[in-house]
Design a protein around this ligand. Structure first.
Ligand code: SF4
Ligand code: SF4
Length: 288
């Protein structure tokens, strides 16, 4: 849960006696939470909302940032702002039992991160115990993609910019499938220099897939290839969106469509969705 810049607190707890499974035993070699053009705070709950559109997310993060700035760095005032924000956002939250921290906000223009991070405090105090997690969890949790993604796949994930990056980096299956689809067009495995060469086109690809995909399931409980039910957000694997359809989709294309939260498609919709995906992927490779 490295939702801010800097490396100090991970280093300080490195090697500590760890009992909480949310806290990693050691810091990953490459921390994925922030990169030059994108940022993530998914594990702080920024996606646990009925409306996850860029507009609604931006308004929420802006309100948090302004309210926290008005109280910063007074702990009692921050506690009051926390309670005010938790109350204000309660009806917008998708799953009540999945924690949402109101201290995830804009640490810079367009960059989401931890507004309580000690690197922001005038004397380095760690106020993250005011949040919905113990500060040890805030400082020491790193999600599974840190282990699951290979270096080239991390590079590919980091071709996503802004807030869309969080959605990409937290879905290792999607990143791996897009890497495979690009490799299929290239006729060889994707390399890091390809990612560098195609940076702008890849940014466009992610924007299209994540923000403008026409076949997205409108059910807010749908996250990628899964649906979550009940306040505990119990995960249910959905049948592929191509179930029952005669399709020549590759395994990677199938994974991408499902990871985008594509609804069940009929034959003609499936053809159109696959064409759109193939054209978008081919355009990236053509633009090298
Ligand atoms: S979900 Fe993963 S990448 Fe995102 S802030 Fe949390 S630990 Fe970092
Ligand atoms: S204080 Fe909140 S925003 Fe900051 S790392 Fe912890 S959970 Fe995330």
């Amino acid at each position: 849960m490295w939702a801010a810049s800097g490396v100090d607190d991970v280093q300080s707890r490195y090697g500590a006696d760890v009992a909480d499974s949310r806290i990693n035993a050691s810091a990953p070699l490459r921390i994925l939470c922030q990169h030059d053009s994108g940022s993530c705070a998914a594990c702080c709950g920024v996606d646990n909302f009925l409306d996850r559109s860029p507009t609604a997310t931006h308004a929420r993060l802006r309100r948090r940032s302004e309210r926290v700035a008005s109280a910063w760095p007074d702990a009692d005032a921050l506690r009051a702002v926390r309670d005010e924000l938790l109350t204000a956002e309660r009806s917008e939250v998708l799953f009540a039992a999945v924690k949402v921290c109101p201290f995830a906000g804009y640490v810079q223009e367009g960059r989401v991160g931890c507004l309580l991070h000690p690197s922001r405090h005038p004397t380095g105090d760690d106020l993250r115990d005011l949040s919905v997690y113990p500060k040890e969890v805030c400082a020491g949790h790193f999600c599974a993609p840190h282990d699951w993604l290979r270096p080239v796949e991390m590079d590919l994930a980091q071709s996503a910019t802004g807030l869309a990056y969080g959605r990409v980096v937290t879905d290792a299956g999607l990143v791996k499938a897009v890497a495979r689809a690009l490799g299929d067009v290239l006729g060889r495995p994707l390399r890091s220099d390809d990612v560098l060469d195609c940076a702008n086109a890849l940014g466009e690809l992610w924007r299209f897939l994540l923000n403008a995909w026409p076949w997205r399931d409108s059910d807010p409980a749908r996250f990628g290839g899964f649906s979550f039910t009940g306040d505990d957000a119990v995960q249910r694997t959905l049948p592929t969106c191509l179930a029952g359809v005669c399709s020549d989709a590759t395994a990677a294309e199938r994974t991408i469509l499902d990871a985008l939260g594509t609804r069940a498609l009929d034959e003609s919709e499936a053809g159109a969705a696959l064409d759109a995906l193939r054209q978008s992927v081919a355009a990236v490779v053509a633009g090298r």
